[in-house]
Design a binder for this molecule. Structure first.
Ligand SMILES: Nc1nc2c(c(=O)[nH]1)N[C@H]1C(S)=C(S)[C@@H](COP(=O)(O)OP(=O)(O)OC[C@H]3O[C@@H](n4cnc5c(=O)[nH]c(N)nc54)[C@H](O)[C@@H]3O)O[C@H]1N2
Ligand SMILES: Nc1nc2c(c(=O)[nH]1)N[C@H]1C(S)=C(S)[C@@H](COP(=O)(O)OP(=O)(O)OC[C@H]3O[C@@H](n4cnc5c(=O)[nH]c(N)nc54)[C@H](O)[C@@H]3O)O[C@H]1N2
Ligand code: SF4
Ligand SMILES: [Mo]
Length: 886
């Protein structure tokens, strides 16, 4: 490099459905600088902690660089011919429904389009489903029931213009942080009220005027009550009534529900209904607390019913708003990636729709009925019906319910292909053929965010090794299966043009999705494409849907859907007295294959945990930092207990992110049974009946190491640090020789070992050094090891002696676990500033320590620390422990 800076390239964040614009600058040697795009309409320059850390996740050490067949390096020619032959063979012998694709809402629209065209148009089966089944399926089904098509009516501007934002089953502060900032900005400027409906007190409750901690799964009853009050108070919009069908039935159903099942007080319900009814500009945002339920579709319609009844839809500052999770969840819905959809929001069961698509594709046959939805798809893999399976850009061995069973089924499938960035995933390890995909910063295409804005993703780094973009891999398999011209694509622009042209054909059926205005886009225009909201028609662009009062049912009217409360499907069983809720943490993305590479992001919450109410903890005789065994009807897991009243008694919460790679015994979906919503097929992932008890470990440990470890012990959980890895450990059976064991785990047979031991107590401290540089350290104790973990983690590669004390020298302050990942500000530092009264507000913490003054993702946590730093999330309990001596 001659020192001149490469230009900044406009692209889109790799993570959530907010779809923030990013400006990327490659340093020419693999590094990537990232900042928010000030001109992107989703974020106007803002990024959250995950977006800010994107540059830390593009390293190559974990990447898969060549195709592999049965664990051996291969080449594209052999690997793709094998894939084409095995799929063709299965289709010839057992028919098209003997094969399946399982894909992802993180694929680019162009990748997704090709996958869907190959399976539905040419293989002739609808057995393509996507992880969106675990995510958006209930919303899609609810939208279709009410509107006649899968439309998100509103736009992000509605959040700026709302007077009330209701978050139902959405932890917006952590999962859509930039949108949350947008809501807070509206609160600042116009006093927008915030209501959170969530059984848990989350970071999103920080600024809420009202938090309704309803009983898990009781949302339908709550919104039915709202519906009843809307009617009784005479707030039904007569004008809107004429544009809808079925209010009487919906009301009759609503009136039969009792609010008792919500567990909320009459006062809380009154306050909510009154606020909702009296505020015209209401946006009801909903997410996985709604979708991931056996009554998910009904929950969606219970919400839509209230917006339809009051006519609060299609107008400025109001409407129901399903926020999408993955960066291209919306795009996947557009191309028809779900097994029960056709492309362009057309219906697979509709012969006219099928004919139009078949003609356009010049396709041999289109399936006439929906294919297998995710849970059924993996059941069909399990029972041998699916003989060839291709998994692309998703990690079902971790994220599907009953994950152990799913992993077994994948392993037993006669032929499994996995396309991923890395071979180090639970799913990739089960593949017969492993295909190296180009990653986010290495490939080009488009994604559509939660408010229908299509943004370009642009390649700024060269794909490493032989990695290729997903569309390219899929198209070549299509050609090798014999469909040469249908998959003769040379660029994403070409695919996008075809898709836009197809949407023009589809527009004759008068559905919502239409990007016909882009059907003639040139390569140059595609290269320069600015963010653009669909529909992009000749005569109507972007904006809100339904402002004309027309819906997409044949009669142009919306439907009220009568819905009744149904309790979660999990059976009550005295063996499993707790209700396990699952979800996300602020700084990790799903199975952590990318976010987990960032030391900054990994410092926020470094270990899988189970939040449990202090009363329950007391009853179970738990001590701070104990490990707990959690058991359900389908599996068993182990987590660190965090005592916190953010969860109600009887409820527990665990995050979804840990895997066989990072904490094999803390995989949450090992516990989740495969119960689904009868309409959408979406799994119920948030209400699992479990038992909890203390893990009776013989020993507990903490390790740091320069290299990753995966020790054969009953519990371990590892996380990146700036200098290597930190790992928590525990085991049921005593270990005889810790020095020998440590050498084995760390792969340091010749290291010099400095030890401090108290064998009578079962306490050991070992430092392993090479050339007087610390390479690893292990701390073992009969109870959860009390150490200054964050300080200890900084000691790798320094002289080995200091680490054995397990604590910082008195002259050095231990910052504690990271709260602000932008500036690396730790919990202890913040608490000290609060205790010393140097900071009495979130802004002052920012002024004194910088924390919270950049992306803002940690501001809710700062606020919570200010309110009561001793009670927040149990974290200070760990902090105290960290200061104890062993
Ligand atoms: N940091 C981070 N952000 C992400 C992701 C990530 O992995 N990490 N993933 C992205 C994806 S794909 C998605 S889908 C979104 C998900 O975004 P969210 O849906 O906001 O996230 P979750 O944590 O899954 O669940 C939201 C809330 O639902 C609540 N809940 C559980 N049961 C019920 C119930 O019966 N009723 C109600 N009203 N609430 C309930 C939970 O307590 C939880 O707080 O996040 C996206 N953004
Ligand atoms: N219990 C419980 N389970 C859940 C949820 C829950 O709340 N609770 N949430 C569900 C939801 S909403 C979702 S969206 C799912 C998410 O679940 P998954 O989609 O299974 O999880 P990810 O970790 O996002 O998996 C993406 C995979 O794609 C790989 N990858 C990254 N970039 C590329 C690329 O460009 N090409 C290819 N081919 N591969 C790439 C990554 O390395 C990773 O292995 O989990 C679901 N499971
Ligand atoms: S909110 Fe964060 S994760 Fe989501 S798109 Fe924006 S920067 Fe990325
Ligand atoms: Mo999702």
């Amino acid at each position: 490099m001659d020192g001149t800076l490469l230009p900044e390239v406009r692209s889109t964040c790799a993570y959530c459905g907010v779809g923030c614009g990013v400006l990327l600058r490659s340093d020419g040697v693999g590094g990537l600088a990232v900042r928010g795009d000030p001109d992107h309409p989703a974020n106007y320059g803002r990024l959250c902690s995950k977006g800010m850390a994107l540059g830390e996740t593009v390293g190559l050490e974990h990447r898969l660089l060549t195709p592999q067949v049965l664990g051996q390096d291969s080449n594209w020619n052999d690997a793709l011919q094998l894939v084409a032959d095995r799929f063709s063979d299965s289709i010839d012998k057992h028919g098209p429904d003997s094969v399946a694709f399982y894909v992802s809402g993180q694929l680019l629209t162009e990748d997704y389009y090709v996958a869907n065209k190959l399976m539905k148009g040419f293989i002739g089966s609808a057995n393509i489903d996507t992880n969106s089944r675990l995510c958006m399926a209930s919303t899609v089904a609810g939208h279709k029931r009410a509107f006649g098509t899968d439309t998100v009516p509103g736009t992000y501007e509605d959040l700026d213009q709302a007077d009330l934002v209701v978050l139902v089953g959405s932890n917006l502060a952590w999962c859509h942080p930039v949108l949350y900032q947008r809501v807070l900005a509206a609160r600042q400027s116009r006093g927008t009220r915030i209501v959170v409906i969530d059984p848990r007190r989350t970071a999103s409750c920080d600024q809420a005027d009202l938090h309704l901690a309803l009983k898990p799964g009781s949302d339908v009853a709550l919104f039915n009550q709202l519906m009843t009050r809307i009617h009784e108070g005479g707030h039904v919009s007569p004008e809107f009534l004429a544009r809808t069908v079925g209010i009487q039935d919906a009301l009759a159903a609503a009136q039969q529900d009792s609010t008792a099942v919500t567990g909320l007080t009459a006062h809380e319900i009154e306050a909510f209904c009154e606020l909702w009814i009296k505020t015209d500009r209401v946006v009801t945002i909903f997410s996985q607390g709604v979708n991931q339920s056996s009554s998910g579709t009904d929950k969606v319609n219970a919400i839509l019913n209230c917006h339809l009844a009051t006519g609060r839809i299609g107008r400025e500052g109001m409407g129901p708003f399903s926020v999408t999770g993955q960066p291209n969840a919306m795009g996947g819905r557009e191309v028809g990636g779900l097994a029960n959809m056709l492309t362009c929001h057309l219906d697979i069961e509709n012969a006219d729709h099928r004919d139009a698509v078949q003609q356009f594709w010049n396709a041999p046959a289109l399936p006439e009925s929906p294919g297998l939805k995710a849970v059924d798809l993996f059941r069909a893999v399990d029972n041998g019906q699916i003989k060839a399976l291709w998994i692309i850009h998703t990690n079902p061995a971790v994220t599907m319910p009953n994950a152990n069973k799913v992993a077994k089924a994948i392993a037993a499938c006669p032929f499994t292909v996995v396309s991923d960035l890395t071979e180090k995933t639970d799913t990739a390890r089960l593949a017969d053929v492993l295909l190296p995909a180009a990653g986010w910063a290495e490939k080009s295409g488009t994604v559509t965010n939660s408010d229908r804005t299509i943004s370009r993703q642009r390649a700024v780094l060269p794909p490493p090794g032989q990695a290729r973009p997903d569309w390219d891999i899929l198209a070549e398999v299509g050609r090798r299966m014999g469909w040469t011209s249908a998959f003769d694509y040379r660029s994403p622009a070409e695919i996008f043009r075809e898709f836009a042209a197809l949407s023009s054909v589809a527009s004759r059926f008068k559905k919502d999705f239409d990007i016909a205005g882009l059907a003639d886009i040139t390569d140059a225009a595609y290269a320069e494409l600015e963010p653009i909201k669909w529909p992009v028609r000749k005569h109507r662009n972007g904006g809100r849907f339904f402002s004309d009062g027309r819906f997409f049912h044949p009669d142009g009217k919306a439907r009220f859907v009568p819905v009744r409360h149904r309790p979660p499907a999990t059976k009550t069983d005295p063996k499993y007295p707790f209700c396990l809720n699952t979800g996300r943490i602020r700084d990790q993305w799903h199975t952590m294959t990318r976010s987990g590479l960032s030391p900054r992001l990994s410092a926020h919450l470094a270990e899988p945990f189970l939040d449990i109410h202090p009363e329950d903890a007391k009853r179970l005789d738990l001590s701070p930092a104990d490990l707990v065994e959690v058991e359900s009807s389908v599996g068993r897991s182990i987590f660190r207990a965090r005592m916190t009243d953010t969860v109600a008694p009887g409820q527990v919460f665990a995050p979804i992110h840990w895997t066989g790679e990072t904490a094999p015994s803390a995989r949450v979906n090992a516990l989740v049974p495969s119960v689904t919503d009868p309409v959408s097929g979406q799994p119920e992932s948030k209400t699992v009946a479990v038992s909890v008890r203390r893990m009776k470990a013989a020993w507990y440990g903490f390790a740091i190491s320069t290299a990753p470890i995966s020790p054969p012990v009953d519990y371990w959980a590892t996380a990146r640090t700036q200098k290597g890895y930190r790992t928590e450990l525990a085991g049921y059976t005593p270990v005889n020789d810790w020095e020998e064991t440590a050498r084995g785990w760390f792969g340091l047979p010749d290291a010099a070992v400095i030890a401090a031991a108290d064998p009578a107590r079962g306490a050991y401290r070992l430092a392993l050094a090479e050339r007087n540089r610390l390479k690893a350290a292990l701390f073992i104790a009969p109870e959860p090891a009390a150490l200054m973990r964050d300080y200890v983690s900084t000691q790798l590669e320094t002289a080995p002696e200091q680490v054995l004390t397990g604590r910082a020298p008195p002259t050095l302050e231990d910052p504690g676990p990271v709260i602000c990942s932008c500036f690396g500000v730790g919990l202890n530092t913040i608490v000290r500033a609060i205790e010393a009264k140097r900071a009495v507000s979130v802004d002052e913490i920012g002024a004194v320590l910088q924390a919270g003054s950049n992306c803002g993702s940690c501001r809710p946590e700062l606020a919570a620390l200010l309110t009561d730093h001793s009670a927040y999330g149990g974290r200070t309990v760990q902090r105290e422990l960290q200061c104890d001596t062993m």
